[in-house]
Design a protein around this ligand. Structure first.
Ligand SMILES: Cc1cc2nc3c(=O)[nH]c(=O)nc-3n(C[C@H](O)[C@H](O)[C@H](O)COP(=O)(O)OP(=O)(O)OC[C@H]3O[C@@H](n4cnc5c(N)ncnc54)[C@H](O)[C@@H]3O)c2cc1C
Length: 396
């Protein structure tokens, strides 16, 4: 199956896809599953992706990145996923955190953190969700107060609160935390949001894994910040400007999450087409000759082609500096649904073997299913489209 035929790609993009496919293909899905089952980081793969410039392909050259676009990075994420290694951490560290830092952090902070994110030597987790604030991030209560233990003008912060479902904390060097800042708000309004980079070894920070069904190297955690003392340098950009800043990471999050889903689809359909060409249970005729097998696979392929085009369009808009919110939301929605259909049909094509772990499909089920709920749920995308695309009233 030709991965790039539907989405028009420059020679450079096609070469990038080929290089990532070759590199990740040497590790393959068995490597991914072995790391996942052992709850181990895919360190060798991550390091090699970083050393070859793939993790920072979209980040500024000034900080060791490739100076390319999010469209380039989406190709990296999709190709890795299509080669059997859907790495959730690519969405979190280089896509969300990398983009936010590149756009809003100081030169000093970017030298400290972004260079490592670009070459893969540093990982950053992202914590916005809280036990009582998932879809509705206006309810966030994690708060950073100015540190009153010193009157120095350059005071730091004390961070307290709980984050939930934070991915990859155990393998990350730091967490980009969305918190309310201690600056008093007027008129009964909530305190504004600010963004902080919190090293994972900071005293007062603790975390516990959530027992999740997903087979993937990254685990999810509940994270507690118990009066964590942070220096003034922990604040990204301006105090109270966190809402605007975090938004710059949300479209890259949706676009690269779509790329993971699309990669899973390509991986599953490739396996299904191979199997359907080889498996014969009636008079030596391959099962793929039966339209009951071929048509659902063809229909799944059409859904995936549409989702991939939408993701490419969303990345194109983002890279052009245009409003990419509608396209990014639609891309994420379409890709998650299409990958569940493609994976389900690939499993169905394999008959009983679809459920056998040996065939490398069933273990992807919960990861593909998760992308219907996170990083933004299907319903919140529908709310966005209803309100912003159709002009319908909000119910909340
Ligand atoms: C594997 C995994 C990894 C994750 N990684 C991270 C991470 O690294 N960092 C992070 O911050 N978060 C992470 N999350 C959290 C994820 O972003 C949230 O689970 C997601 O945003 C949904 O929030 P919630 O779970 O609180 O659901 P809720 O907000 O409680 O919603 C429950 C259900 O109600 C629906 N719903 C809620 N409000 C409305 C409405 N107004 N209209 C219609 N339907 C509505 C939702 O769509 C959902 O189906 C992760 C989650 C998972 C499962």
């Amino acid at each position: 199956m030709n991965q790039s035929s539907i989405v028009p790609e420059t020679d450079e993009r096609a070469a990038l896809r080929e290089a990532v496919t070759g590199l990740v293909g040497r590790y393959g899905h068995d490597y991914f599953v072995a790391r996942a089952r052992a709850h181990e980081e895919p360190t060798a793969l991550w390091k090699e992706l970083g050393a070859n410039g793939f993790l920072g392909v979209h980040l500024p050259e000034r900080y060791g990145g490739g100076g390319g676009t999010l469209g380039d990075f989406s190709v990296v994420v999709e190709a890795a996923s299509a080669a059997g290694c859907p790495l959730l951490m690519t969405v979190i560290s280089p896509a969300i955190c990398g983009t936010i830092l590149a756009r809003h952090a100081s030169d000093e902070m970017n030298r400290r953190w972004l260079t490592g994110i670009a070459d893969g030597s540093t990982k950053m987790a992202f914590a916005i969700t809280e036990p009582d604030a998932g879809s509705n991030s206006h309810e966030i209560t994690t708060t950073a107060h100015r540190d009153d233990s010193t009157q120095h003008a350059d005071r730091g912060w004390r961070l307290s609160g709980t984050k939930y479902w934070t991915s990859g904390v155990d393998e990350a060097d730091a967490i980009l935390v969305v918190a309310r800042s201690g600056t008093a708000a007027t008129g009964g309004k909530r305190r504004p949001l600010s963004l902080f980079v919190v090293p994972t070894d900071a005293p007062g920070l603790s975390y516990q894994p959530i027992d999740a069904a997903l087979v993937q190297p990254e685990q999810q955690f509940t994270v507690w910040f118990d009066d964590v003392l942070l220096g003034p340098e922990a604040l990204i950009g301006d105090d109270g400007n966190g809402l605007r800043q975090v938004f710059s990471g949300l479209n890259p999050e949706r676009i690269t999450a779509a790329s993971i889903s699309n990669g899973i689809s390509l991986y599953a359909l490739e396996k299904a087409a191979t199997y359907a060409n080889q498996r014969a249970v009636w008079k030596g005729v391959p099962i793929g000759a039966h339209q009951g097998v071929a048509h659902p696979l063809a229909e799944a392929y059409i859904g995936v082609a549409q989702a991939r085009l939408m993701a490419a369009r969303a990345a194109e808009l983002f890279d052009a500096g245009a409003d990419a919110a509608e396209a990014s939301n639609i891309a994420k929605f379409a890709a998650a649904d299409a990958s569940l259909r493609a994976l389900d049909q690939a499993m169905q094509t394999h008959g009983g073997n679809g459920l056998s772990l040996e065939y490398g499909l069933a273990d992807l089920w919960f990861l593909a299913r998760m992308l219907k709920t996170a990083p933004v749920s299907r319903e919140m995308v529908l709310n966005f489209v209803a309100q912003h695309s159709l002009g319908l009233p909000s119910s909340y």
